[in-house]
Design a protein around this ligand. Structure first.
Ligand code: NAD
Length: 326
């Protein structure tokens, strides 16, 4: 018999890719989201349009034995959505309800294993003030001091899943994603994250043109390509270890350096105009010591390889949009 899985957030970027990965591995997959996948990027056997803030919707997903649940649904966006403060209440309310309801429905219906996608945003700001020396090892989470309410909700929900594991014996797996990027993700409209936003700006700029960058560009980050992320997720699910664990890359770049990398991929000379904008912590990098020790995993390809695939896809989206508008 085929293994069965529910992917919550299948209309989104990582969820859509995860549906396809599970399908390719032979699973029967049910996707669920508020919306269909914007880029048609899911091959779910069954796709439910539903709101996970409603416990009845969560309950209705279990009309058969479900082996695995992947809870990726969240009220989510890049710095322009998460760090302005304007969406704090809805982000916390919406994402917490999705987690509370889905976890409880999974418990009642005897799911074998449940995966929760936390975020590096739950790490304390005080360890991420120096762009050259951020600390994001799993054991550095406390005393807690995330720099956003999005991060606080992630921390709350991690604890929620782990308490279900302790009190109800549920098989829980928790990963902290660090800036996942790739094709078929949001690239425009206000919720896009830095890699997609910078690819879009550079694709739309003339050669020798200028793009706007939020902050001084000296802030550092690492970025992980979607396929690598899914490999980490699947290994975690197949292991007997709950985490929480970082799933990210240790190839840290400054935002200025990242812009130069994308410009090189695009074959353009790009000038940077630094403007005021939400930037998040000064420095962040994944620490992969624990995942390497426990799961023998680390990313396999350099950042530039994934950037080339992402840039080409976004440039193509822009061409399609322009041809429709023309
Ligand atoms: P995304 O925004 O593309 O996908 C999230 C999906 O959840 C969306 O399609 C959205 O419609 C859906 N959703 C929101 N509220 C819902 C509700 N009430 N009912 C049903 N569906 C709902 O985001 P993503 O980048 O694919 O991220 C997936 C998960 O990974 C999220 O939990 C996010 O917080 C986490 N994460 C992502 C990153 C990253 O770099 N992309 C980093 C850290 C953590």
């Amino acid at each position: 018999m085929k293994k069965t899985a529910i992917v919550c957030g299948a209309g989104g970027f990582i969820g859509g890719h995860l549906v396809n990965r599970l399908q390719a591995e032979g699973y029967w997959v049910r996707g669920v989201d508020l919306k269909e996948n914007e880029f048609g990027n899911d091959k779910a056997d069954d796709f439910v349009i539903g709101d996970l803030r409603d416990p009845r919707v969560c309950e209705s997903l279990f009309d058969r034995k479900i082996n695995e649940v992947y809870q990726l649904a969240a009220d989510m966006g890049g710095a322009g959505y998460i760090f302005t403060g304007e969406h704090d209440a809805v982000v916390m309310h919406n994402s917490a309800l999705c987690n509370l309801n889905m976890l409880e429905a999974s418990r009642i219906n005897g799911v074998d294993k449940i995966f929760y996608s936390s975020s590096a945003c739950m790490y304390p700001e005080y360890n991420q003030l120096d762009p050259d020396n951020p600390k994001c090892s799993e054991d550095s989470a406390y005393p807690a001091a995330p720099d956003s309410e999005y991060g606080w909700e992630k921390l709350f929900s991690e604890r929620l899943y782990l308490s279900y594991m302790r009190n109800y014996g549920m098989e829980v797996r928790v990963a902290r994603f660090h800036n996942i990027f790739g094709p078929q993700g949001t690239w425009d409209g206000g919720r896009e994250k830095a890699p997609a936003a910078l690819c879009r700006k550079i694709a739309m700029a003339e050669d020798s043109g200028e793009i706007e960058i939020w902050g001084d560009g000296l802030q550092t980050r690492s970025f992980l390509y979607i396929d690598e992320c899914l490999e980490g997720v699947r290994r975690l699910m197949q292991s007997d270890w709950p985490g929480p664990v970082n799933i990210g890359s240790e190839e840290m770049v400054s935002i200025n350096g990242f812009v130069d990398m994308i410009a090189k991929v695009a074959g353009k000379t790009i000038h940077k105009k630094h403007i005021e904008g939400p930037t998040g912590v000064r420095g962040r990098n994944s620490d992969n010591a624990l995942i390497h020790e426990k799961l023998g995993w680390k990313p396999t390809q350099p950042l530039e390889v994934g950037i080339k695939q992402t840039y080409d896809w976004i440039a193509e989206q822009i061409r399609i949009r322009e041809s429709v508008e023309a």
